[in-house]
Write a protein that binds this ligand. Structure first.
Ligand code: BJ8
Length: 386
């Protein structure tokens, strides 16, 4: 399969796949205009608060192995590459987004990140939100609501600017529209065959977070959806009808981990949907637009189905639903090395899918290219059995 083509719209696809790199200049311009920037590392951080305060949120999770050696001067080697790489970029001063961040928001998700934030706090102004580990207890909901309100206060104090409920409701609406468009986009791949390769889909989902001018981003997303639909009508199909349909779950993807999508698609299958934080986990649901906006945000974000939660029932609800909606032939999980929560939860995922008769493969990897051949062999063998 040609994983680079998605029909007749190469320019707009390029704009998403190059968004992270091109966003540096846009970010610098916005800084020059006096805008404040808040860096984040996790889907649990309610970015609507950042937007409502007139600030720019930016994801800082690094996705390349460029600075891992630098990080390992300080951090243990057997730590998740996402943590090492992100810290390494900050320590080496190599990530412009980290450099431009006036405040970095961490969260108590996995232990490695929590302790990394302490070290990052020596380099930057870091604020950590205390995320509960359970979603079903009222005490957890109340505690997280308090954290969401406290984060709003922190932003007002740090940047000396108001954050009204009205602005917050507006930000919720804006983010909901963005989520709805990204969902509409990936749901196009329910079609058989899907109208774009999984690599293209990933590049759009990942790249969209580095488009910092809201109206432009919305326009580009609408154009992309229309363009893909037009290509479909014109029978421009980049994916074979025979390609086995794969759902990807596990740790967030993008950058170096595109290698996994490439090996799957080069083996004759196609990734139709991402259940992880790069995909549906972030865009599947909407924040309620009525009622108290802080309560709406707190409830929405706490319900994200990440393996740091116990029990993590929401991951399985989403996973089961996506498997049916996208008529998948198999599920591939990507676990980043030393990510204990996802690695331990693998067994529960395997049981869950076995109960539904869906073939499952879990692969562990890092940000290096060293294991690409091995991934290829395992992915090809799995796809062969479907
Ligand atoms: S909501 S998936 S973005 S925590 S891979 S750093 S968990 S050791 S990234 Fe994540 Fe938020 Fe969950 Fe999503 Fe730790 Fe695992 Fe590394 Fe991870």
């Amino acid at each position: 399969m040609d994983t680079t083509q998605g029909g007749g719209m190469p320019a707009i696809f390029e704009s998403f796949s190059e968004a992270r790199r091109n966003g540096f200049i846009m970010m610098k311009n916005l800084k020059d205009e006096g805008k404040g920037v808040v860096g984040t590392f996790c889907s649990y951080v309610p970015v609507e608060l950042i937007l409502a305060a007139g600030l720019i949120p930016v994801g800082l999770c690094a996705s390349s192995d460029e600075t891992i050696a630098e990080a390992e001067k300080t951090l243990p080697r057997n730590l998740c590459p996402l943590i090492k790489s992100s810290y390494g970029f900050a320590a080496a001063g190599k990530c412009p987004y980290t450099y431009f961040s006036d405040l970095i928001v961490g969260e108590t998700t996995c232990d490695g990140k929590v302790k990394m934030y302490e070290l990052l706090g020596k380099l930057k102004d870091v604020y950590v939100m205390d995320l509960p580990r359970t979603q079903h207890k009222e005490a957890s909901r109340q505690s997280w609501l308090g954290e969401v309100r406290a984060f709003g206060k922190k932003l007002q104090e740090k940047f000396d600017r108001p954050l009204s409920d009205e602005a917050l409701r507006r930000a919720i609406k804006e983010r909901n529209l963005e989520r709805a468009l990204l969902k509409e986009l990936y749901e196009l791949s329910k079609a058989k065959p899907p109208p774009v390769s999984g690599l293209r889909q990933l590049q759009i989902l990942y790249g969209s977070q580095f488009k910092f001018v809201y109206d432009e981003k919305i326009r580009e997303l609408k154009e992309t959806i229309q363009g893909i639909k037009a290509d479909c009508e014109a029978e421009k199909r980049p994916v074979s009808e025979k390609a086995k349909r794969i759902l990807i779950t596990g740790c967030p993807m993008g950058g170096a981990t595109e290698k996994l999508v490439k090996v799957i698609e080069e083996s004759g299958a196609v990734v139709v949907v991402y259940e992880n934080c790069t995909g549906a986990k972030q865009f599947d649901r909407q924040v309620p637009e009525t009622g108290d906006p802080y309560e709406a945000l707190a409830d929405y974000y706490l319900d994200i189905g990440c393996s740091v939660m116990t029990p993590n029932l929401n991951r399985f609800e989403l996973l089961g639903r996506l498997c049916s909606q996208f008529a998948v032939d198999g599920v591939v999980e990507m676990v980043l090395q030393s990510c204990h929560t996802y690695a331990v939860e693998t067994e529960t995922v395997r049981d869950f899918l076995r109960g539904r008769g869906i073939p499952f493969l879990s692969l562990e990897t890092d940000y290096s290219a060293g294991d690409t051949e091995q991934l290829k062999t395992r992915a090809a063998a799995f796809i062969e059995t479907l």
